[in-house]
Design a protein around this ligand. Structure first.
Ligand code: CA
Length: 232
C-alpha cells in the first residue's frame, strides 16, 4: 500500500487528513513542522506528500525545493493551502508541486486528488522501470548488467551468489535510498521475519569483500548506523 506523509502544523487539520487517507488503507506518517518533515524525508521517501505551506521551521516551498533539487525525487506533492495564499498557483506548480487543494477541503476531494496523483506517479514509474531494465547500472567503478547478470569492478569481473546479487541490485537501483536490514531481507528472501538474524549483514560484508578485491580505494556500500545500508 502507498505511504503518505502529511506535513501540517495545525493538529486538527493534520488529524482530519490522517483519518481521511487512513480509512482508505494508506500507510500514513504525520509531521507537524518543516524541520520534522525534512528529517523524515531524509530517512525515507514516501509515495506521496500532503504539504501545508505555512509551517514552523521550514516552509512548504522550501521543502518542495529540498525534495526536488536536493533529493532529486519526483514523489507527488500536493499543496494544502488557504485560498488567499494560493494566488500564485502557477508559481507553486513550476516550483515542483503536482497539485493543490484549498482549505477548507472536502474529504472526498482529498481522496480524489491523492488517488489521481498516485496513479500518475505509478504510470511514470512503470515507464522508467521498463527503460531501466534494459540499462546497465553504474556506480563509481562498478558496472552491473541486469540482462547478463555480469558485474565488473574496474573492468574486472566479480562473482556474487544469487542473494548477494539481489541485494546489490536493489541498492544500485536506488543509490540514494537507505534500506533497513528488514526491508532487504523481505525483498530478497520474500519473508518478513528477520529478528536477530545476521543474514543480511553477512551478505553485505561478502559483497564488500568481493568488490574490495577489485577496487580497494572506493567505498561502495555504506552502513547507515541504526538504519541499514545504502550506496556510499
Ligand atoms: Ca500551517
Amino acid at each position: 500500500m502507498s505511504r503518505i506523509l502529511i506535513i501540517e502544523d495545525e493538529e486538527d487539520i493534520n488529524r482530519l487528513l490522517y483519518k481521511i487517507v487512513k480509512k482508505e488503507g494508506y500507510e500514513v506518517t504525520q509531521a507537524y513542522s518543516g524541520t520534522e518533515a525534512r528529517l523524515l524525508l531524509n530517512q525515507e521517501m514516501p509515495d506521496l506528500i500532503l504539504l501545508d505551506l505555512m509551517l514552523p521551521g521550514m516552509k512548504g516551498e522550501e521543502l518542495t525545493t529540498y525534495v526536488r533539487q536536493e533529493k532529486k525525487c519526483s514523489v507527488p506533492i500536493i499543496i494544502l493551502s488557504a485560498k488567499t495564499a494560493l494566488e500564485n498557483k502557477v508559481e507553486l506548480l513550476t516550483m515542483g508541486a503536482d497539485d493543490y487543494i484549498t482549505k477548507p477541503f472536502e474529504p472526498q476531494e482529498v481522496l480524489v486528488r491523492v488517488m489521481a496523483a498516485l496513479r500518475r506517479a505509478g504510470m511514470r514509474e512503470a515507464a522508467t522501470q521498463k527503460e531501466s531494465e534494459l540499462q546497465e547500472y553504474t556506480y563509481k567503478n562498478l558496472v552491473l548488467n541486469p540482462v547478463s547478470r555480469k558485474i565488473t569492478v574496474k573492468g574486472q569481473e566479480i562473482t556474487l551468489t544469487p542473494h548477494e546479487y539481489e541485494i546489490l541490485l536493489i541498492l544500485l537501483k536506488q543509490p540514494e535510498k537507505v534500506f533497513s536490514r528488514d526491508a532487504l531481507y523481505e525483498l530478497v528472501w520474500n519473508s518478513g521475519y528477520l529478528g536477530e538474524d545476521n543474514t543480511v549483514n553477512v551478505h553485505v560484508s561478502n559483497i564488500r569483500k568481493k568488490i574490495a578485491a577489485a577496487d580497494k580505494e572506493e567505498e561502495y556500500i555504506k552502513t547507515v548506523w541504526g538504519i541499514g545500508f545504502k550506496m556510499a
